[in-house]
Design a protein around this ligand. Structure first.
Ligand SMILES: Nc1ncnc2c1ncn2[C@@H]1O[C@H](COP(=O)(O)OP(=O)(O)O)[C@@H](O)[C@H]1O
Ligand SMILES: [Mg+2]
Length: 360
């Protein structure tokens, strides 16, 4: 039922800007794939190329077995012939149409019977908790409400593939969370292949089957959220994913099973690493002790930031600064001595020069 989307060696330039640089990925049927990366990395361009709103200047795109774009063969099917959903973006409502008309517009073009259209309007408004807004114009609603109507319109259309470009970006934190819940349910129920653009790493981690991390038009890693979080393939991905950020420490491999960080050494469990490395340690993977402990290193608590469910502690040792995350409200006080322990199982080593993950 659902569709595979295959992207092969896609590239796109805007003048001298390289928006996409040899991007290849296979989006499996029924998966929720997120294009993730900082502003300007090419996410929207990639989505628009798949939708047929932009012509790449190299590469090929298949929807199922259908070749919808090929630069070498000079093929570019218009959006309507690609059997994909509309690209759903912020404020994409027609300003001069009321809500119900906004939702039925695309369905009328398909010549859907009126009874069925009204049913779809009702159902889709229910799905986004906007029942009773059929007669409003977009300007008579808040930005968040407009986005929910835009989402309802997309739901009503029931495409085989959902294409969404930062659909929740204008919502406040609470509503964004609610909408993530609903979007994830929607994907779970419909099973429709989804390509979802966001620059929000938490959103990507929470929503996706697979995440494509991009930087400057290049694909950095295409993997499950678990792999992206625990085994970022390079320093860019490691640094981009996670809040608070990963600790990245310069070191030199000394002997077979340890890295020298200058002030102290920490154990590692790989024999592949040599020379200059960067050690990546997630804040929650450091254990804090409030008294000396064998194998733990003495630091000072520079700042303690309790946030209810968890606390962030900034620890310092000379120039070195580490971020640690603990569950609950930390009892540690600022400027107290603390002892930190590192688990070789949880840290990642990167080659200093290439920035690439060294196999463990
Ligand atoms: N129509 C366009 N004309 C010129 N440059 C563009 C155009 N669209 C995108 N770009 C440039 O291409 C790069 C990628 O843009 P975009 O795909 O919108 O990034 P993202 O969605 O990740 O923020 C950026 O440098 C952007 O300025
Ligand atoms: Mg964009």
């Amino acid at each position: 039922m659902s569709t595979t989307i295959t992207i092969k060696h896609l590239s796109k330039h805007f003048g001298t800007v390289v928006a996409l640089d040899d991007v290849s990925l296979v989006i499996e049927p029924e998966t929720f794939v997120t294009l993730l990366g900082p502003s300007g990395c090419g996410k929207t361009t990639l989505l628009r190329c798949v939708a047929g709103l932009e012509d790449p200047d190299g590469g090929e795109i298949y929807v199922g077995n259908k070749l919808v774009f090929s630069h070498p063969q000079g093929i570019s099917l218009p959006p309507g012939q690609r059997e994909l959903g509309l690209v759903f973006q912020n404020y994409a409502l027609w300003p001069h149409m009321k809500v119900d008309k906004n939702i039925t517009f695309a369905l009328e073009i398909q010549k859907m019977p009126k009874v069925e259209m009204q049913k779809r309007v009702k159902e889709s408004l229910q799905e986004v908790q906007m029942e009773g807004y059929e007669d409003r114009y977009p300007r008579e609603m808040s930005g968040g409400q407009q986005q929910r109507i835009a989402l309802a319109r997309m739901l009503a259309y029931r495409p085989k593939v959902f294409l969404m470009d930062e659909p929740l970006s204008n919502l406040d934190a609470r509503l964004r969370m609610d909408m993530r819940v609903e979007l994830k349910r929607l994907h779970h129920i419909s099973g429709a292949t989804t390509i979802y653009v966001t620059h929000d790493q938490v959103e990507a981690l929470t929503m996706s089957t697979t995440i494509a991390v991009m930087k400057e038009g290049r694909l950095q890693q295409f993997d499950t959220p678990d792999k992206i979080y625990h085994f970022p393939s390079n320093l860019f991905v490691a640094d981009f994913i996670g809040n608070p950020k990963v600790n990245l420490l310069d070191g030199v491999v000394s002997g077979k099973n340890s890295v020298d960080l200058g002030k102290f050494k920490i154990p590692i469990n790989t024999s592949y690493a040599t020379g200059k490395v960067v050690v990546g340690i997630r804040p929650e993977d450091i254990t804090i002790f409030e008294r000396p402990e064998p194998g733990a290193v003495e630091f000072s608590a520079y700042s303690v930031l309790p946030a209810g469910a968890d606390s962030t502690i900034i620890a310092r040792l000379g120039e070195m600064e580490l971020t640690i995350r603990v569950m609950g409200i930390s009892k540690i006080r600022m400027d107290e001595k603390i002892w930190l322990k590192f688990d070789p199982q949880t840290l990642n080593l990167y080659d200093k020069e290439s920035g690439l993950l060294i196999a463990s």
